[in-house]
Design a protein around this ligand. Structure first.
Ligand SMILES: Nc1ncnc2c1ncn2[C@@H]1O[C@H](COP(=O)(O)OP(=O)(O)OP(=O)(O)O)[C@@H](O)[C@H]1O
Length: 291
């Protein structure tokens, strides 16, 4: 089995939002789950974990559907980190850990203690007195202390300073040294994924836009700039989003090679970032922009 997670036709309807997604995650890979605010990342993750009741669809984790029989076995193999820690603010780190750890048959107290030392966290400190970064580190210590095979993180880096975000990326890479581990990491801060992600899934308005290897994706897309007069309707249709200025244009395309062949002269080709690609798809939804 090469898939750690399979999501098939997952549907979840809220009054003003409909989620309808299918995708899978490969074992041994870090998959970034990207999308702007409100695109459906948290709803997807909560549905996968059974924290939000899905309307329909099949979710297989480690090849099995989550139900009463499989729940303990599957949850023993998953570590979860949420943006908003689901902790009681008036408890100490030890008291909260004592509530969470019995849920895992393979909880390893020595791993937890190691992380507490590494992160400079005091076990007798109250959760409510910790900074956002400290809470995230505590969350990671809890998520990794039962040696999960799949780490699911929902916006773990939002609101954190670059140093702590860098530390988190290091921890992920360390975790991935074991080839059987996998990470599913949702974020709208795409720069965090530049270094660590193997695969990327873009969600927009509750639908998957792409699910692809990061390097292949970055290779296929390009930012193209040039003089306005060489743009015609055929070329226009090959851009995801296009900004047309008085004399020039700038656009992002996933048909780099075709455009280069058609417009060999006078154009400048630049490598896009993950953020450029994400915004290209989202702005593309809103037609071309004339500046
Ligand atoms: N319990 C709920 N009841 C009604 N609507 C909801 C509920 N939870 C989420 N939504 C709506 O579903 C949409 C998707 O929200 P979701 O939190 O999944 O997005 P997200 O991509 O995680 O966004 P963010 O990056 O801001 O966390 C939003 O429009 C939100 O208002």
């Amino acid at each position: 089995m090469s898939k750690v997670l399979e999501v098939i036709d997952l549907k979840k309807n809220y009054k003003y939002f409909n989620l309808n997604v299918s995708f899978s995650l490969k074992i041994g890979k870090i998959t970034g789950f990207i999308g702007i605010n409100g695109s459906g990342k948290t709803t997807t993750i909560k549905s996968i974990l059974g924290l939000a009741l899905k309307d329909s669809g099949i979710i297989k984790i480690f090849g099995k559907e989550l139900n009463e029989k499989t729940e303990r076995e599957i949850k023993n193999r998953i570590g979860v980190v949420f943006d908003e820690g689901y902790f009681y603010e008036n408890l100490t780190l030890k008291e909260m850990k004592d509530i969470i750890s019995p849920a895992y048959t393979n909880w390893d107290e020595s791993i937890f203690e190691e992380y507490m030392k590494r992160f400079n966290l005091r076990i007798d400190q109250k959760i409510g007195n910790m900074s956002k970064g400290m809470k995230m580190k505590y969350s990671i210590a809890l998520a990794l202390s039962h040696e999960p095979d799949l780490l699911i993180m929902d916006e773990p880096t939002s609101g954190l300073d670059p140093l702590i975000r860098h530390e988190l990326m290091e921890i992920l890479l360390e975790f991935m040294k074991n080839k059987n581990k996998s990470v599913f990491f949702s974020t709208h801060i795409t720069s965090d994924l530049d270094k660590v992600a193997d695969d990327l899934i873009l969600i927009n308005k509750g639908k998957i836009v792409f699910c692809e290897n990061k390097n292949e994706l970055l290779d296929r897309y390009a930012i193209i700039k040039g003089p306005k007069e060489i743009i015609d309707s055929k070329i226009k249709s090959m851009f995801l989003s296009l900004k047309i200025r008085e004399k020039s244009f700038e656009g992002i395309t996933d048909e780099k090679n075709k455009i280069i062949n058609m417009l060999s002269k006078n154009i400048k080709i630049e490598k896009p970032t993950i953020e450029n690609i994400m915004l290209g798809h989202i702005e593309g939804d809103k037609n071309e922009i004339n500046i």
